[in-house]
Design a protein around this ligand. Structure first.
Ligand SMILES: [Zn+2]
Length: 172
């Protein structure tokens, strides 16, 4: 026999709900449990839990993590304009472009990829310090007339942007 927590009556265990998670019987008998559930449902009537959830901090955190909150969107926009953001975009755009051209070999290891990124860091750094725009140049152009170069560290160098524009697709 088991005593109900609410009505204080002793009842056989079959009159209680069994919880698989804890392998124990609930403290309330089935009758009291159903009454409690009904009371809870009555207390929730007329309440709009959805709009309450939308104004809760949990919802705001969820939006923030999904990059959808106005605050996060503004922060991302600001980051995209910053030096690091622009550098990251420059590297990623070139990676994508070189993959399209099949100019980036698949056998490049991580340290070689880091070397490529360092070239771009150097170009951005020189641009910031000297005020003269610098770019990363492919010594053997990716789309040359007679040959096509690769997007590998030993085919890269940092030169001022105006020299890069004069050079175009020629090897100098
Ligand atoms: Zn009871």
């Amino acid at each position: 026999m088991k005593t109900c927590y609410k009505c204080k009556l002793s009842k056989p265990p079959q009159k209680f709900y069994f919880r698989k998670e804890t392998l124990k019987y609930r403290p309330l008998c089935i009758k009291c449990q159903l009454l409690k559930n009904m009371e809870y449902r009555k207390s929730q009537l007329g309440k709009n839990t959805y709009t309450e959830y939308k104004s809760s901090s949990a919802y705001k955190i969820k939006l923030f993590k999904a990059n959808k909150s106005p605050k996060k969107k503004l922060a991302l926009k600001r980051y995209a304009k910053s030096l690091n953001g622009r550098l990251k975009r420059n590297i990623n755009q070139t990676f994508r472009y070189c993959k399209q051209l099949k100019a980036m070999p698949k056998w490049l290891d991580n340290s070689q990829r880091e070397l490529i990124k360092m070239n771009y860091q150097l170009a951005h750094y020189l641009t910031e310090v000297t005020g003269i725009p610098h770019q990363v140049d492919h010594i053997y152009p990716l789309q040359g007339k007679n040959s096509s170069g690769l997007h590998v560290p030993w085919n890269l160098r940092v030169i001022p942007a105006h020299e890069n524009q004069i050079k175009k697709n020629n090897i100098i």
